[in-house]
Each structure stands twice: as structure tokens, then as C-alpha cells.
Design a protein around this ligand. Structure first.
Ligand SMILES: [Zn+2]
Ligand SMILES: [Zn+2]
Length: 349
């Protein structure tokens, strides 16, 4: 079978490997669609502390069950399924509390197991036990179902920050995660959703597809505060979601949020300089709640897939490019150039 092997920074090669052999407690998926994720790009550009090359990346995928081990219950050959890559242990302190995203020994397909950038991927049966395998209805495409992972991460963020009816929500970042946050904020009843980003390309795409209510291109010299004031009677946004990795954005969020507002730091910051230098007095005197969010739980994942299946969240809108596996390096280049939202690999042989 053909796989894309990550050999180190900026080094992915297409290789031929033996198809994985199914063990009694695994099943094998023939991958039909795999999405490139921002975290794959980070690994591609900077490496990953938990990944030892050679490794097949790819953790956002869906496919058809090709074979099942003898102890596997819950899927059969021919089933169309999406699988969440995170595999919680199911029995630690956090798993017991239903907070599997905080699991102390969580494993991930694409990090601890070979990932979905190949014709076949071996799935540990544990996924069935913890509830991270979802059957795809006939009227949903594999590529849309493959977006359950990024969607559910945004969903967990929304639950943490508690976007509610009538809120004015400002989202800093209009990549796939920012777009999902905009869609989810609308679904949760936000009165107004403002999408802001420094580069105009993705913002324009979002505007053409009516993702938010207002769009703002953040440039040096423009009056961002004045713009937000004009939309909020000078109060600021009730919820500000930082859907990018810039420290400056986090500081901006605290300035642009209303009194008694909530700020969500959705993404990690550069590990060499994660200090934010937030104005503590703004947080205190405006009674701001600053929160983080990470990953998702199996319960949320099942919900996310259902939102994609019912088209309450229109996954199609996120897919801007489709490429064969051989062109994976070009796919990463599209992301580097900021020309894409989701790039999908839809041909593997
Ligand atoms: Zn991802
Ligand atoms: Zn656990």
C-alpha cells in the first residue's frame, strides 16, 4: 500500500509498505478521505516532541472497514466510519469524570500509532470501547465526516467559553478553527459574530460564504478597537475567541472583551515564548474570565459528527482543495501560503 512517511522536518516521502496485519483487537480501515490539519503542518515545519520519525501522520480521516480482528464488536467489514484520533485510557481520574480530553495516558492515531495518510490504517479496538468510532450515513461524504476532529475541538472550546443566546462573539483568526467557531457561535444563538484576521484571503472566502456577520482585516494602523466599539455600543464583545497562536492576539482579546466577558485561548502559543503579558487590571476590573480549551471528549465527538451529518454545520464549506496522496507536500504548501481552509486527500493508490 502507498503511504506518506514523515521522515523529519519538511521531509515527507511517498513509500510503498505492507498493508497492516489485523490483530485480534484491532480493525483496519481503508482510508477514503484524510484532511491536513494545522498540527500536521506544525509537525512538518518544526517537528513534534512525541513523534519519532519515520511516522505516518494524519489524524482527521474516514473510510470503510476493510477487516476486523476476532474480538472486535461494533463494526463489520464494509461499514463506513469516521474515527476520532484521540484514544483515552477510559479508567484514569479524568476519564472517570467524563473529561477524557484530560486523560493522563491518552494515545493518538498519527502520533502513537501510524496515521491516516495512507491507503490503510490500523485502528485499535479501544476506540470502539471508548466511543470514538462513528458510522457515517449514506448521504454524508467521507471527506465531510473526516472533519469531525477539528469541529469537535472547536465544540469543546464553545462549551468551555459558554457562548449563549444574544452574545456578541469576536473570533480572532479565520482559519478552519475560526470558521468552525463562527458556525458554532451562530448555532448557539450568538446575536452577532465578528471574524477578524490579518490576511484578507480567508476572510474574503468566509464573507463569500456568509460564515459570520462582520469581517475585519486587522492591519497595523487601523482602529480595531474603534471598529469593535462601533458594533457593540462601546462595550466590547461578550466573548472573544483566540483561534490563532499569536501572543498579541491574546492581549488584544482582553482589551476587546466587554465587562463580565469571556476570553477563550483556543490554541497553544509558541513554546519558546508562551508568556502573554496580559493586563491583570483589565482582567480584574472588567471581571473577565480567561479560559483555555484542549481537545474533546468522545461524547462531544459523536455530537460533532451528527452536526456534520445533519448539515447543521456545513462541512463542505470548509473544503477548499482535494489532492491525491502523492501531492501531500503541495498540500502543505497551500496551507503555508494561507491559500486553503481544509485540504483533503481523497486518492490514495
Ligand atoms: Zn487536527
Ligand atoms: Zn484516562
Amino acid at each position: 500500500m502507498k503511504v506518506a512517511v514523515y521522515n523529519g522536518i519538511k521531509n515527507i516521502t511517498i513509500e510503498s509498505r505492507e498493508k497492516p496485519v489485523v490483530g485480534p483487537d484491532d480493525f483496519i480501515l481503508k482510508v477514503k478521505a484524510a484532511a491536513l490539519c494545522g498540527s500536521d503542518l506544525r509537525t512538518y515545519l518544526h517537528g513534534h516532541p512525541k513523534i519519532t520519525p519515520p511516522q505516518v501522520l494524519g489524524h482527521e480521516f474516514a473510510g470503510v472497514v476493510d477487516s476486523v480482528g476476532k474480538n472486535i464488536k461494533g463494526v463489520k467489514v464494509g461499514d463506513r466510519v469516521a474515527v476520532h484520533p484521540g484514544i483515552p485510557c477510559g479508567h484514569c481520574y479524568y476519564c472517570d469524570r467524563g473529561e477524557q480530553n484530560m486523560c493522563e495516558s491518552r494515545k493518538q492515531i498519527g502520533i502513537h500509532y501510524q496515521g491516516g495518510f495512507g491507503e490503510y490504517v490500523l485502528i485499535p479496538g479501544k476506540t470502539l470501547e471508548v466511543g470514538t468510532v462513528v458510522k457515517i450515513p449514506e448521504d454524508c461524504s467521507y471527506e465531510v465526516a473526516a472533519l469531525g476532529d477539528p469541529l469537535v475541538s472547536a465544540m469543546n472550546g464553545q462549551e468551555v467559553v459558554g457562548t449563549k443566546m444574544g452574545d456578541i462573539v469576536l473570533i480572532l483568526g479565520s482559519g478552519p478553527i475560526g470558521i468552525f467557531h463562527a458556525m458554532l457561535s451562530k448555532l448557539r444563538g450568538a446575536q452577532d459574530v465578528i471574524l477578524a484576521n490579518p490576511s484578507p484571503g480567508r476572510l474574503q472566502y468566509a464573507k463569500e460564504h456568509n460564515i459570520a456577520d462582520h469581517y475585519y482585516c486587522i492591519n497595523e494602523g487601523t482602529d480595531f478597537r474603534g471598529y469593535i466599539d462601533s458594533l457593540t455600543d462601546g462595550r466590547g464583545a461578550d466573548v472573544v475567541i483566540v483561534a490563532n497562536t499569536s501572543v498579541k492576539s491574546a492581549c488584544q482579546a482582553v482589551e476587546l472583551v466587554a465587562k463580565n466577558g469571556r476570553v477563550l485561548l483556543f490554541a497553544g502559543f509558541p513554546k519558546e515564548a508562551p508568556q502573554l503579558g496580559l493586563d491583570g487590571n483589565l482582567i480584574h476590573y472588567k471581571q473577565i474570565r480567561v479560559m483555555g480549551s484542549l481537545g474533546s471528549t468522545p461524547r462531544q465527538y459523536q455530537m460533532a459528527e451528527k452536526l456534520l451529518f445533519s448539515k447543521r454545520i456545513d462541512g463542505e464549506l470548509l473544503i477548499t482543495h482535494r489532492i491525491p496522496l502523492e501531492k501531500i507536500n503541495e498540500g502543505f504548501q497551500l496551507m503555508i501560503d494561507g491559500k486553503s481552509l481544509k485540504v483533503i486527500i481523497n486518492k490514495f493508490d
